[in-house]
Design a protein around this ligand. Structure first.
Ligand SMILES: Cc1cc2nc3c(=O)[nH]c(=O)nc-3n(C[C@H](O)[C@H](O)[C@H](O)COP(=O)(O)OP(=O)(O)OC[C@H]3O[C@@H](n4cnc5c(N)ncnc54)[C@H](O)[C@@H]3O)c2cc1C
Length: 401
C-alpha cells in the first residue's frame, strides 16, 4: 500500500459510484470509471469503505486510530465573565467537568480572561477548579471575539487540554467556534449530556438531533481537544467549598493577540425582558392556548405575585404575542426553575427539551390527553382563563399583595 491513509484499489473498482454517493464531504470523483479520492478534502471519516461492495477502498485505520494524544491532558472550562461577574453556566460546567476529570484521572482547569479578576479566580477554585489560567488585562474587561479567541487558541496550542467545555451562550458559541477552527479541533454544539466512554476514554457528547426527535451521541476521536458547548441549566452548579485549594496561573500574552477589528461602544439591555427566565425560580409560560397577546396579562399578574418570569412556547412567539427572549425550548431558552407552570401548552418534544428539568412542573390544559401531562408533577385539566386568575387570587391571599 502507498503512504496514502486511504486509497482506491484500481483493479477492484468497477465504477459503480456507490462511494461517491456515500462520501459526505464530496471528496470522491469519477475519473474514467475509476473512483478517485481527493485527499485534501477527505476527512478520513471512513464512510466510503463499507459503502463499496467490491472491497475496492482501503483505509489505514491505524493512521488515525493510533494518533498519539497522550500530550493532551486535563479538562478545561471557559469561565465566562462580563465586567467581573462570572456567569453561572461556568459553575454548571465545573460541576460536570469535575466528574469527567475524575473519570479520566485528569485535572479540572478553568480559563479566565478579564480585568482585575483574581478574586473571581479564587471563586473558580472554590467551585472545584484545580488550576485557573488567568489573563488579566484591562482590554479584556468585556468580551471581544477576536482577542478572546486568539488568546485562548494560543493557550490551547501550548497547554493541550484533552477536553474543553464552554457554555452555549451567545459569548460561548461565538468564541469556541473560532477556537475550534484555529486549533483544528472537533466541536459539538448544544450538548445536553456528557460522559466518558470507559473503553476508549473519548468524550461522549449527547445532544438533540433531527428537530429534537432523537438524541445523538457524538464522538470527536480524531482530534484534540474534544470541544463542546453546553446549554445553561442543563447541569447542576458545582457547590462552593471554600476549603478547596488550587493554583492561579497568571498567563503572559503577546500583546499582538489583543488586536481587535471591532470595538464595544455600549451595552443596551433588552427593556422588555426585565426578568431573565433562564435565572428565574418561578416561570409561568403561555402557549397557543392563550389565544391572543392581551391574554398574557393574566400570566404576568401571576408571575408578579410569585416574583417570577413569563415564558412562552414557540407557537406563541411565532404568533408575535410575546418576544423571542421569552421562548422556552429547543430553539429558545433552557430553564430549570423551582416551579414551571405551563398554561395552554401542549408539550411537544421541542418545548419539553427546554423545561423538563424543572423541579416541579404544573400543567394547565383543557385537553386531558395533552402530552404536557406526561412530564407534569401536577396537572389541572381545565380552562386557563378560569384557573389562572383563581390561582393568582389565592396566592395573593396567602402571600399578601
Ligand atoms: C426545529 C423545531 C424547533 C422548535 N423549537 C421549539 C421551542 O424552542 N419551543 C417550543 O415551544 N416549540 C418549539 N417548536 C415547536 C413545537 O413543535 C410546537 O409546535 C410548539 O411547542 C407548540 O406550541 P403550543 O404547545 O403553545 O401549541 P399547541 O401545540 O397548539 O398547543 C396548544 C395547547 O393549548 C391547549 N389549550 C387551548 N386553549 C386552552 C384553554 N383555554 N385552556 C387550557 N388549555 C388550552 C390545547 O389543548 C393545546 O394542548 C419547534 C419545532 C421545530 C420543528
Amino acid at each position: 500500500m502507498s503512504n496514502d491513509p486511504i486509497k482506491v484499489i484500481d483493479e477492484a473498482c468497477v465504477g459503480c459510484q456507490l462511494c461517491v454517493k456515500a462520501c459526505p464531504f464530496g471528496a470522491i470523483e469519477m475519473d474514467e470509471k475509476l473512483a478517485v479520492i481527493d485527499l485534501t478534502t477527505c476527512t478520513l471519516c471512513g464512510a466510503c469503505v463499507p459503502a463499496c461492495k467490491f472491497d475496492a477502498i482501503e483505509m489505514r485505520q491505524s493512521e488515525k486510530a493510533q494518533a498519539d494524544f497522550s500530550a493532551y491532558q486535563d479538562v478545561w472550562v471557559f469561565a465566562e465573565q462580563d465586567d467581573g461577574v462570572i456567569q453561572s453556566v461556568t459553575y454548571e460546567l465545573l460541576g460536570e467537568g469535575r466528574q469527567l476529570a475524575d473519570d479520566l484521572g485528569m485535572h479540572l482547569c478553568a480559563v479566565l480572561l478579564g480585568s482585575n479578576v483574581s478574586e473571581q479566580a479564587n471563586e473558580l477554585i472554590s467551585r472545584g477548579a484545580e488550576k485557573v489560567y488567568m489573563v488579566d488585562q484591562p482590554e479584556l474587561t468585556h468580551f471581544q471575539d477576536e482577542p478572546y479567541a486568539a488568546i485562548i487558541s494560543d493557550m490551547v496550542k501550548r497547554h493541550k487540554p484533552n477536553i474543553f467545555l464552554c457554555g452555549a451562550t451567545t459569548i460561548g458559541r461565538s468564541v469556541i467556534s473560532r477556537i475550534a477552527v484555529e486549533t483544528g479541533a472537533g466541536l459539538t454544539a448544544d450538548c445536553t449530556g456528557l460522559a466518558i466512554d470507559p473503553g476508549t476514554k473519548n468524550l461522549m457528547q449527547t445532544r438533540p438531533a433531527f428537530g429534537g426527535n432523537i438524541m445523538a451521541t457524538i464522538l470527536t476521536p480524531n482530534t484534540r481537544p474534544q470541544m463542546a458547548t453546553v446549554r445553561h441549566k442543563v447541569f447542576k452548579e458545582a457547590e462552593v467549598d471554600p476549603s478547596r485549594t488550587g493554583d492561579v496561573v497568571p498567563v503572559d500574552i503577546d500583546k499582538a493577540l489583543l488586536a481587535s477589528r471591532t470595538k464595544r461602544l455600549t451595552f443596551v439591555p433588552e427593556e422588555d425582558n426585565i426578568i431573565n427566565i433562564a435565572e428565574a425560580d418561578f416561570i409561568i409560560s403561555g402557549g397557543r392556548g392563550m389565544g391572543k397577546p392581551e391574554n398574557f396579562d393574566i400570566l404576568h399578574e401571576l408571575a408578579e405575585v410569585l416574583g417570577g418570569g413569563v415564558g412562552a412556547s414557540r407557537a406563541a412567539v411565532d404568533a408575535d404575542w410575546i418576544p423571542y427572549s421569552h421562548q422556552v425550548g429547543q430553539t429558545g431558552k433552557t430553564v430549570c426553575p423551582k416551579i414551571y407552570i405551563a398554561c395552554g401548552i401542549s408539550g411537544q418534544i421541542q418545548h419539553l427539551a427546554g423545561m423538563s428539568a424543572s423541579d416541579v412542573i404544573i400543567a394547565i390544559n383543557k385537553d386531558p390527553d395533552a402530552p404536557i401531562f406526561s412530564v407534569a408533577t401536577l396537572g389541572i385539566v381545565g380552562d386557563v382563563f378560569e384557573i389562572v386568575p383563581r390561582l393568582t387570587a389565592e396566592l395573593r391571599k396567602v402571600l399578601g399583595e
